[in-house]
Design a protein around this ligand. Structure first.
Ligand code: FPP
Length: 246
């Protein structure tokens, strides 16, 4: 039985984003093929989604596949796409019973047809759910996201839909893939790498960053609790002094 007593439920991060790294290294450590590492990673996704939703996290965004991941060997890309479809199918009932709403962000049109269809299906079936909002970043790159926002806004200025003077942070937010999401409060990266790797560059401006040596398949309910506890011990100042906050 997991206990929530240590976490302050009044001070939860509203939006947690996770860079799930280390599936390959986990497999190697256990003398298994990389595909087994990704399968164990999918199991960790299941556990963490369920736990985050139980704790009462409002938004969870997972980096499932980056634009750079397309350059991995074709067999590995296929494995990841297959796992995604399998997990979506397997977890749909669970998402519905846990009231979880699924979204996806990224260059989704680059995904194989069957992956797009499966995603759309689950998104459609969970669209009215009011519990945790789970967003999968797939074929996602933050620079690409910002670039397409600039293109869309420029088009609107060119076509006299908006005046150039109206461009502000709100307008930029509205043109990002994450338009319906609040800023990230807590960004977690597993496997000891201390990098952002082109993930949510705009949205993490004030996020607390949490890096752990644990490999993604090892990141369990307790790990999530530890990350949230660490977040709750920090003082978020948003550029102000400590005195101004009290
Ligand atoms: C990083 O491990 C992980 C990924 C590239 C993809 C994440 C995918 C999953 C967790 C599985 C399925 C996803 C869902 C949403 C069900 P790595 O391969 O980069 O590990 P390494 O750096 O140790 O090689």
């Amino acid at each position: 039985m997991m206990s929530f007593e240590e976490i302050n439920l009044e001070m939860l991060p509203q939006h947690i984003a996770i860079i799930m790294d280390g599936n390959g290294r986990w497999a190697k450590q256990h003398g298994k093929m990389r595909v087994r590492g990704h399968e164990a990673g999918a199991e960790a996704v299941r556990k963490n989604v369920e736990e985050a939703s139980k704790i009462g996290i409002k938004h969870l965004t997972l980096y499932a596949f980056s634009t750079e991941n397309w350059s991995r060997p074709k067999t590995e890309v296929n494995t990841l796409m297959g796992l995604l479809v399998k997990s979506l199918r397997r977890e749909l009932a669970q998402m519905i019973s846990n009231n979880i709403k699924l979204s996806a962000i990224g260059s989704l049109s680059k995904l194989p047809e069957n992956v797009q269809q499966e995603l759309l299906e689950v998104i459609k079936k969970t669209t009215h759910n009011t519990g945790m909002h789970l967003t999968l970043a797939i074929s996602y790159g933050a620079r690409e996201e910002i670039k397409q926002a600039v293109v869309q806004i420029s088009q609107k200025v060119k076509n006299n839909i908006i005046p150039i003077e109206s461009i502000d942070e709100t307008i930029i937010n509205e043109h990002l893939y994450t338009q319906n999401l609040p800023d990230v409060d807590l960004l977690i990266r597993t496997s000891g790498e201390v990098r952002i790797s082109n993930f949510l560059l705009w949205q993490i401006a004030y996020a607390e960053l949490y890096f752990t040596e644990e490999l993604w398949p090892e990141f369990n309910e307790q790990s999530l609790h530890r990350a949230i506890l660490s977040y709750q011990k920090r003082e978020r100042r948003f550029g102000k002094t400590s005195e101004q906050l009290t």
